[in-house]
Ligand binder design. Structure first.
Ligand SMILES: Nc1ncnc2c1ncn2[C@@H]1O[C@H](COP(=O)(O)OP(=O)(O)O)[C@@H](O)[C@H]1O
Ligand SMILES: [Mg+2]
Length: 302
């Protein structure tokens, strides 16, 4: 049984799970958006990863889920499981966590500390105006599908680490220090019809938008935005799966109706970020990738 069948079979008995954050109304005008993510040594980061990078990523991936909903970060809690007390490690971890928290104006309000194999769980909460949250269910036939920045860099870094190679600084940055797209998401409120963050690979995450919105997509392989290193890797290997199915990018994938396409251009310019149209939402359900002649397997925990 895969991860998503497991969730659907055993834990989907209550009000609508299935978005990047759960939404809870607090008054007539606003909703809280809350999310939780765990990082486990050896699964989500290699053992050699610095305390600073682990702390950054643990908070950044949660901020990324808030961004996917268009929520403004407010509070987070931290559940830390440590094999031992290493003061130098804890100092690095705490300094890095504090710096990122300050940058995104999110406060640490509680947590839990225990002994065991290294794992970090962060629960982050943000706020969004009622009916404004970016959901996975809003994509409409005719929408253009966009992604921010580039795809596949984090996965290429991870592959190189596993092959005992040293990734470039640029690739490592995308793997260890993905930038939460909070500012971009704020600008997408009222512009995008649907949104998700790419944590498990474009194909799998976009397919969540498709199933929740009951639509299909036609993607143009040649349109995928690639860094020069990933483009070079694909040119050498023809392995498009690194960009299509590679996880850990934490970029946003969102759909925009034609009436708002011009806004996307100005957002890209104002924020100095690359926003690339990679395809269109179509009526026929399923994910069509024009130009792909092999299947790519996305990341699954089980
Ligand atoms: N153990 C669980 N119990 C209840 N809901 C869960 C559980 N695990 C995942 N979910 C929900 O299932 C949906 C799919 O999760 P996923 O796509 O992995 O989210 P993300 O990648 O943004 O963390 C999300 O809405 C998430 O909140
Ligand atoms: Mg997500």
């Amino acid at each position: 049984m895969d991860e998503f069948s497991l969730i659907n079979k055993y834990f989907d008995w209550d009000q609508g799970i299935g978005d990047d954050c759960a939404l809870m109304s607090i008054d007539n005008g606003r909703q809280l958006a809350t999310t939780v993510d765990t990082l486990i040594e050896g699964v989500h980061f290699p053992t050699e990863t610095s305390a600073q990078d682990i702390a950054y990523k643990a908070l950044a991936v949660n901020l990324s889920d808030l961004a996917a909903m268009g929520a403004t970060p407010l509070y987070f809690t931290l559940a830390l499981t440590l094999p031992s007390v290493d003061k130098k490690w804890l100092e690095g971890f705490s300094e890095s966590l504090k710096a990122l928290a300050k940058q995104y104006n999110i406060s640490l309000v509680g947590g839990d500390t225990s002994k065991g194999s290294l794992s970090i769980t962060i629960n982050a909460t943000g706020i969004v105006k009622k009916t404004q949250a970016l959901l996975r269910s809003g994509a409409q036939v005719g929408d253009s599908v966009f992604v921010s920045n580039t795809l596949g860099d984090a996965t290429l870094a991870w592959q190189q680490i596993q092959n005992q190679q040293t990734p470039s600084i640029a690739l490592l940055k995308q793997f260890n220090r993905p930038e939460p797209r909070i500012k971009l998401a704020q600008r997408l409120l009222g512009v995008a019809n649907s949104c998700i963050d790419i944590s498990d690979g474009l194909k799998q995450d976009l397919s969540h938008i498709l199933s929740r919105s009951k639509v299909g997509v036609s993607i143009d392989l040649e349109a995928l935005p690639l860094s020069s290193e990933v483009a070079q890797y694909i040119a050498n290997t023809q392995d498009w799966c690194v960009a299509l199915a590679g996880g850990d990018d934490y970029e946003l994938c969102f759909t925009v109706p034609n009436t708002h396409i011009d806004s996307v251009k100005s957002i890209a310019k104002d924020l100095d970020i690359k926003l690339t149209k990679i395809g269109v939402i179509v009526e026929k359900q399923g994910l069509e990738i024009k130009g792909l002649n092999k299947t790519c397997k996305s990341y699954q925990h089980f």
